[in-house]
Design a protein around this ligand. Structure first.
Ligand code: SFD
Ligand code: AMP
Length: 624
């Protein structure tokens, strides 16, 4: 395999051009002006990449102004803290909220069709925090100013590994990756790297198999790179066990916030008992697991999700969204369909193809497989330094949003313990990280030059393309060397190699059965976690047999590897948190233990030895 090598020198490298990445490029370039170079590397195409690629129907974190109708940043912190069952980095949440209004102003100027009340001119709200949008082209609208700001944009280049500095410990020096179209090997050297490569789907076995293979709520291209790249660099995670499970319309995965909050729908079990809004009398029972958070208003998302899971488990499910009660006219019906055509087209198609008429019949709800990401109603992600003016010293070791590796920053899904950023908050956090990185490269890191030897570059080049070499070397030993595009021969035996799909389904089975996936009703225990941990290590050993028949399969192999690293961090975190806080039950510790476990959990993988370690840190409340 003789692919050329291209070396790119830059000051700030942004990895991933999704919502956070676009915010980071835009703001970093503003503060750099002509004094530093900002480069973006994206594995897909900027206009349609990331979780917003299909469009969205609301910016879920809106404005916080002096207007008495608007909530205050403090209100938002209180909401997020409750929703994440008491444990959140309040400094990070507050920091996003206080910068939200300027982000929404930018979106408005750039042409995002935010909904306004024609009488008052004010933004309409779906709930307390959300502003609905006609959002089919949301990502394209955000990508334009980002593309115009960046000094250089590399698309179709997937980042596979971080590069650490060879003369300074725990210092990022750049990343490597390859172009998925022409195979060029890329080495990016930078003074600061902002990882904004999003969250993780398809780590757990998805509910959709066969015909709907891989259909998920979070996009299939969310490969966990945003977490795996910092973890491989030795950065600490936070609350990786607090993965996300959301309630969605069955099979189409259409979100429920809009029907609940804008159209005021309710849901019941199959016997007609209402569960959402949650009746007061159900709360005492839930408090046995979820402590006083069961009484929080609104009911925290993990608890609302748990109710649907219990209904399924005890035979009262599935819960049914009573859509027909709230669609009296064509206008509200059109609103609901627009919501999905804007954001999750599969939902509208699913209703049409299954003869479900939301104006006449209720629709089944289903909890999803778990996703690992930090921007929705979940907590998993990387541990980041906080804003200098409000973060307590325990949460401040470097510039804002720098991770625990010098020069390495994060934003959006990548940063944990600060959920409910969603699309607009992720963009805002990208801006925050971009500004901090610009200041860092113009001051502290002004004279820094990355030290990366040619030997290291050659070694990584060999590692990255090995699955291609391995495939070509070993394909004569099988009768069906390639994985057919229609996936009919999944079970084909290749004596000497595993293709990306075989690796992925093995990972998904382990995660589902040992680490509280849907197949186990989101329940696990110490035995299962310990065994799952061993099986993940065996899978990592077998990664040496990974084979790729094409550059596209090579992309899939490395996406698998990133998911594997994320899976290890999740399981190690779950093994160590000896209580059940989040979207799962550890049957050996089946409730929230406020006295002993009101703490953040952190895991770290030593980049030299591959050994994992665990610690906890205190939760410091800064907003009363
Ligand atoms: O209804 C590499 N989200 C919602 N947010 C809202 O504000 N409103 C909603 O209505 C939301 N809903 C929703 C949402 C998502 C989805 C899929 C649906 C519905 C169906 C959540 C937001 O989308 C989410 O919070 C943000 O997008 C997170 O932003 P960010 O930047 O952290 O992630 P990204 O946008 O996915 O971008 C990641 C980028 O990285 C690239 N990438 N590039 C190079 N090398 C690698 N190895 C890479 N790996 C990844 C990606 O291509 C991408 O561009 S609702 O459900 O609540
Ligand atoms: P979703 O559309 O399900 O992704 O929800 C978007 C946001 O609205 C998330 O913050 C949810 O937690 C919140 N949300 C959804 N449904 C409800 C509900 N019934 N009550 C309160 N908040 C909700």
């Amino acid at each position: 395999m003789n692919f050329p090598t291209k070396i790119v020198d830059t000051d700030i490298l942004v990895v991933g051009g999704g919502m956070a990445g676009c915010g980071a490029v835009f703001e970093a370039k503003y503060w750099c002006r002509n004094k530093c170079k900002v480069t973006l590397v994206e594995k897909a195409n900027l206009e349609k990449s990331g979780a917003v690629g299909m469009g969205l129907s609301a910016v879920n974190t809106g404005t916080f102004t002096a207007d008495p109708d608007d909530p205050k940043p403090e209100d938002f912190v209180e909401y997020v803290r409750n929703d994440l069952l008491g444990i959140a980095r309040e400094d990070l949440v507050y920091d996003v909220a206080r910068h939200m209004t300027s982000t929404i102003k930018l979106f408005d100027e750039w042409g995002l069709p935010l909904w306004r009340d024609p009488k008052t001119g004010k933004y309409i709200r779906t709930g307390r925090w959300q502003i609905p949008v006609h959002g089919e082209s949301y990502k394209a609208i955000i990508a334009e100013p980002c593309r115009k700001s960046a000094d250089e944009v590399y698309e179709r280049v997937v980042v596979t590994h971080p590069l650490l500095d060879e003369s300074r410990p725990n210092r990022i020096a750049g990343v490597v990756g390859f172009n998925v179209r022409d195979g060029t090997f890329y080495v990016f050297k930078a003074k600061a790297v902002i990882v904004a490569a999003g969250g993780t789907s398809l780590l757990y076995r998805p509910r959709s198999v066969g015909e709907g293979l891989g259909r998920a709520w979070y996009p299939t291209w969310a490969s966990g790179s945003g977490l795996a790249i910092p973890i491989l660099a030795g950065a600490e995670t936070v609350n990786m066990e607090f993965r996300l499970i959301v309630i969605r319309f069955k099979d189409g995965y259409g979100p429920v916030g809009y029907p609940y909050l804008l159209l005021k729908m309710r849901s019941t079990d199959v016997r007609g008992r209402q569960w959402e809004p949650l009746p007061e009398e159900a709360k005492a029972e839930l408090a046995k697991i979820f402590y006083d958070y069961a009484y929080a208003k609104p009911t925290p998302t993990p608890i609302r999700t748990w109710v649907t899971i219990q209904n399924l488990k005890e035979g009262r499910g599935p819960d049914l969204m009573q859509t027909q009660e709230k669609l009296p006219d064509m206008e509200s019906f059109r609103l609901l369909f627009e919501d999905y055509l804007d954001m999750t087209p599969s939902q509208a198609l699913c209703w049409a193809s299954q003869n479900i008429h939301p104006q006449k019949t209720p629709s089944e709800l289903m909890p999803t497989e778990p996703y690992v990401q930090g921007s929705h109603a979940s907590s998993s992600g990387m541990w980041a330094s906080g804003p200098p003016d409000i973060a307590p010293p325990e949460y401040r070791w470097g510039p804002n949003r720098m991770l625990t590796v010098e020069g390495l920053f994060g934003a959006g899904d990548v940063v944990g313990a600060s959920g409910h950023k969603f699309s607009s908050g992720s963009f805002t956090e990208g801006r925050i990280a971009g500004k901090a990185a610009a200041r860092y490269v113009l001051t502290t890191a002004k004279d820094y030059t990355p030290t990366i030897s040619n030997d290291t570059i050659e070694r990584y080049k060999e590692i990255v393309y090995r699955p291609l070499e391995w495939y070509h070397k070993n394909k004569p030993l099988t009768t069906t060397p390639e994985m057919p595009p229609q996936l009919t021969n999944w079970f084909e035996v290749h004596p000497n190699y595993l293709n990306w799909y075989q690796l992925l389904v093995r990972l998904q089975k382990i995660m589902d059965e040992y680490a509280a996936g849907w197949g186990m009703f989101y329940t696990t225990n110490t035995y299962l976690l310990n065994r799952g941990w061993e099986l993940l290590h065996m899978l990592e050993e077998d990664f040496r047999y990974a084979a790729a028949a094409s550059l596209h399969e090579l992309l899939r192999v490395w996406e698998f590897y990133h998911r594997l690293i994320v899976g290890q961090a999740v399981v190690y975190s779950m093994m160590n948190r000896r209580e059940s806080r989040g979207y799962y039950l550890n049957a050996d510790y089946p409730y929230i233990d406020e006295e002993n476990w009101h703490v953040f959990t952190h895991v770290r993988r030593d980049p030299r030895t591959g050994q994992w370690s665990f610690r906890t840190s205190p939760v410091i409340h800064i907003i009363p």
